[in-house]
Design a protein around this ligand. Structure first.
Ligand code: NDP
Ligand SMILES: O=CC(=O)O
Length: 290
């Protein structure tokens, strides 16, 4: 299977290398074109523009930062729409349902086929093909590209009409962002009240709250180390989009709103490019100390 891949950030790079490793022919494009060089070393070809990639490949996957990036790659000059007639586009970026629907409508109007397929799971699951893929849109296309989803993920869910994948992803990340803030506060409270935060990790791990995120992030957070796996600026984008979904549906989400404020504060402290666990640093800021 020959696929195009647009967007070689943390996730796109790992996912496209994984596809190459499993025998897919991959043609890549990235806004900063020099980032394609590493993929060429892994056997990829390069397309000069999104349009060139779509022209060459029957299936093109995108993994871009946010709604404005996702829209720009489709609608701007030399974008996906130029050659989409008869081709298939799978947007795996985390965006809101409106963005996804706009892209879907434009692609279908030009004779193309569309799936949204945001993923749960971070850099390591992307490298290992262990993502959870939240798919919606054209069911026949979903069945056709299952071999690629099977390489990228450990499980894919088909959720029906376009928008449902985006919404599911935002709900999941709203929960994750809220949990990360509660976890950070707990680590800080343990430390400031004279307990060992390391022992807190052990206690949590043995009980009903044991989870992969605490296990993975806890030890590095205790070392004040936040190498970016899931950039904090993207987690804040997801909180913002999830809160907008809450607004639309009149769902009161005070916990998520507070978590969003903490991520915004972390961004204002210049922590946006670090891992989202760097929200922990907001609790060390002067206005939080006694
Ligand atoms: N990292 C993670 O753990 C996870 C991330 N996600 C989601 O996946 C998506 C990608 O995340 P991640 O790889 O971490 O992000 P990165 O910030 O590492 O990469 C973002 C990518 O988007 C491109 N981009 C940004 N703006 C534009 C634009 N205006 N036009 C074209 N391309 C643009 C960047 O290009 P350039 O190199 O030129 O800047 C880069 O390729 C996001 O939606 C994120 O929320 C989902 C699950 C896990
Ligand atoms: O979107 C981030 C993730 O870890 O999933």
């Amino acid at each position: 299977m020959e696929v195009g891949f647009l967007g070689l950030g943390i996730m796109g790079k790992a996912m496209s290398i994984n596809l190459l490793r499993h025998g897919f022919k991959v043609t890549v494009w990235n806004r900063t074109l020099s980032k394609c060089n590493e993929l060429v070393e892994h056997g990829a070809s390069v397309g000069e523009t999104p349009a060139a990639v779509v022209k060459k490949c029957k299936y093109t996957i995108a993994m871009l930062s946010d709604p404005s990036a996702a829209l720009s790659v489709v609608f701007d000059k030399d974008g996906v729409l130029d050659h989409i007639n008869g081709k298939c586009y799978i947007d795996m970026s985390t965006v809101d349902a409106d963005t996804s629907s706009k892209i879907s409508e434009a692609i279908k109007a030009k004779g193309g086929y569309f799936l949204e397929a945001p993923v749960s799971g971070s850099k390591k699951p992307a490298e290992d093909g262990q993502l959870i893929i939240l798919v919606a849109g054209d069911k026949a296309l979903y069945d056709e590209v299952l071999p690629a989803f099977d390489v990228l993920g450990k499980k894919s869910f088909f959720l029906g009409e376009v928008g449902n994948g985006a919404k599911m992803k935002l709900v999941v990340n709203m929960i994750m962002g809220s949990m990360m803030n509660a976890f950070s506060e707990g680590l800080t409270l343990a430390e400031r009240s004279g307990l060992s935060p390391g022992t807190l990790l052990d206690v949590l791990d043995l009980g009903a709250m044991s989870n992969g995120m605490f296990k993975l992030k806890g030890p590095t957070m205790l070392k004040n180390s936040y190498p970016p796996a899931f950039p904090l600026k993207h987690q804040q984008k997801d909180m913002r989009l999830a809160l907008a979904l809450g607004d639309e549906n009149a769902v009161s989400m005070p916990v998520a709103a507070a978590a969003n404020e903490a991520f915004k504060k972390a961004r204002s402290m210049g922590l946006g490019d670090l891992d989202f666990s760097a929200v922990h640093e907001t609790l060390k800021a002067p206005d939080h100390s006694s």
